[in-house]
Design a protein around this ligand. Structure first.
Ligand code: SF4
Ligand code: SF4
Length: 104
């Protein structure tokens, strides 16, 4: 399991770099974010939740039957949409209201 960052979408805002507990994300010479040692990413998803540009995707590994599945988030005010894309391209969406975080 690991993330992949789409450099075309990355704005270089740095929000993801501030929250990675493993300090795995860094700014490259073009100002974009990249990941060092992708295998060291343990999939905490903190960076994905911070990215407002849909630039980070989290790939589910073959070891858990991912078969190319990935997830990413989309922010909409207080709503955080988790979008899961299956190997067949079908999407499922789980929406969390961040203002009700204590209710979960
Ligand atoms: S939060 Fe998203 S847009 Fe901002 S630096 Fe990270 S990957 Fe790029
Ligand atoms: S998923 Fe977690 S450990 Fe992996 S790069 Fe993002 S913030 Fe770091």
């Amino acid at each position: 399991m690991s993330i992949r960052i789409d450099s075309q979408k990355c704005s270089g805002c740095g929000r993801c770099r501030q929250v990675c507990p493993g300090n795995l994300l860094y700014q490259d010479e073009t100002g974009k974010t990249e990941i060092r040692y992708p295998k060291d990413c343990w999939g905490c998803t903190s960076c994905i939740k911070e990215c407002c540009f849909n630039a980070i995707k989290y790939y589910l590994g073959a070891d858990i039957g991912g078969r190319g599945s990935f997830l990413y988030t989309r922010q909409e005010g207080n709503l955080l949409h988790w979008i899961i894309v299956g190997p067949d391209g079908n999407e499922r969406v789980i929406t969390i209201d961040k203002s009700q975080a204590n209710a979960y």
